[in-house]
Ligand binder design. Sequence first.
Ligand SMILES: NC(=O)c1ccc[n+]([C@@H]2O[C@H](COP(=O)([O-])OP(=O)(O)OC[C@H]3O[C@@H](n4cnc5c(N)ncnc54)[C@H](OP(=O)(O)O)[C@@H]3O)[C@@H](O)[C@H]2O)c1
Length: 212
Amino acid sequence: MKIGIVGAGNIGGTLARLFTRSGHEIAIANSRGPETLHELVAELGDKARAATPLEAIAFGEIVVVSVPFGRFRELPPERAERKIVIDTNNYYPQRDGHFEELDSDRATSSELLQEHLKGALVVKAFNAIYWMHLRDRGRPAGDPERIGIPISGDDEEAKRIVAGLIDEIGFEAVDAGTLAEGGRKHQPGTPVYTADLRASELREKLKEKQPA
Ligand SMILES: NC(=O)c1ccc[n+]([C@@H]2O[C@H](COP(=O)([O-])OP(=O)(O)OC[C@H]3O[C@@H](n4cnc5c(N)ncnc54)[C@H](OP(=O)(O)O)[C@@H]3O)[C@@H](O)[C@H]2O)c1
């Protein structure tokens, strides 16, 4: 599959390694320009290329957005229509600045990204796992140590495809619901956030009522 990755840091860079290792082609972008990504793409090999954010979005059948949340409106929305967009982002007001819709709990951060990338099929995933654990803790299906990854989104088919990718890189996706409900269940501060639970435990935890 062709995967565009916008954000080449801890999570974007780690996903680039995991996806190329499982045979996917990637185009990866940061904010400073493709010329600053030569070292990373050289390390990743011939399945990887450096790109601008617009090129990465245009390239991907699936697009990963993994930037500090406060910068999401800098992303060019025009080529994202009908594409699956994996949103790894978390809202940290001390880093991102305050967003009134999020502070008042009127929306989730993924819904704001969805609003910005009109027509995209946003699936929130990989936001609740620490990047080093994403890098190191993948396990084959059936391994008792395999970790569950909560995902949420409004399009069932998009979630199914993202769950397949997660499976390939050694984790088990657990559906937490829509962007509105699921986003709230696996955002920072929830019991499942960076808890590295097995899929069965994660499923149970996601059923529990969230504190108001
Ligand atoms: N770190 C974790 O363990 C972890 C775990 C789960 C989720 N997350 C969330 O995932 C997101 C990424 O986290 P991270 O730790 O990977 O961040 P990071 O290491 O700081 O990397 C951020 C990346 O985003 C790029 N970027 C920033 N603004 C951009 C823009 N307008 N267009 C294109 N690229 C842009 C940066 O490029 P430049 O360097 O060129 O500016 C950098 O490559 C955050 O929302 C974070 O909260 C992080």
